[in-house]
Design a protein. Structure first.
Length: 130
């Protein structure tokens, strides 16, 4: 294995962590800046048929049906038996989807999905080191 590949493998968890922190920041901005606003600041009370209100209603429906949590859980479970790059990509996707679930009120399925995604990523890293 050459030094370029080794350096990339060492940098991958750091880049994933930075991207995950940025994702959390964007999700919290969405939650507190778009969903949890004061009624007097709510634009959907004045114009409920606007595109922004339709997007908010659609997101609210996906939150209600636990779509983020279930999607993260399915992706994490599917990542566990895989090896190599498919496992890494699917587990990383599960981690990001389950982060959305945790922030957007889907913790029932989002928490186990995040745990399984971290386990899949950690075991993939230990397999690479052997």
């Amino acid at each position: 294995m050459d030094t370029t590949t080794t350096a990339q493998q060492r940098r991958r968890p750091l880049m994933t962590g930075i991207a995950l922190l940025c994702w959390f920041a964007a999700l919290y901005a969405l939650r507190y800046g778009y969903f949890e606003i004061r009624p007097e600041d709510d634009p959907c009370l004045n114009a409920p048929e606007s595109l922004a209100c339709a997007v908010r209603a659609t997101l609210g429906t996906t939150i209600h049906w636990q779509v983020f949590g279930l999607g993260g859980l399915v992706a994490a479970v599917c990542a566990l038996p895989l090896r190599g790059a498919p496992r890494r990509w699917l587990a990383t996707t599960a981690l990001f989807v389950s982060a959305a679930a945790l922030v957007l009120y889907n913790a029932r399925y989002g928490a186990p999905a995040a745990a399984l995604a971290v386990v899949a990523l950690a075991s993939e890293a230990s397999i690479r080191e052997d």
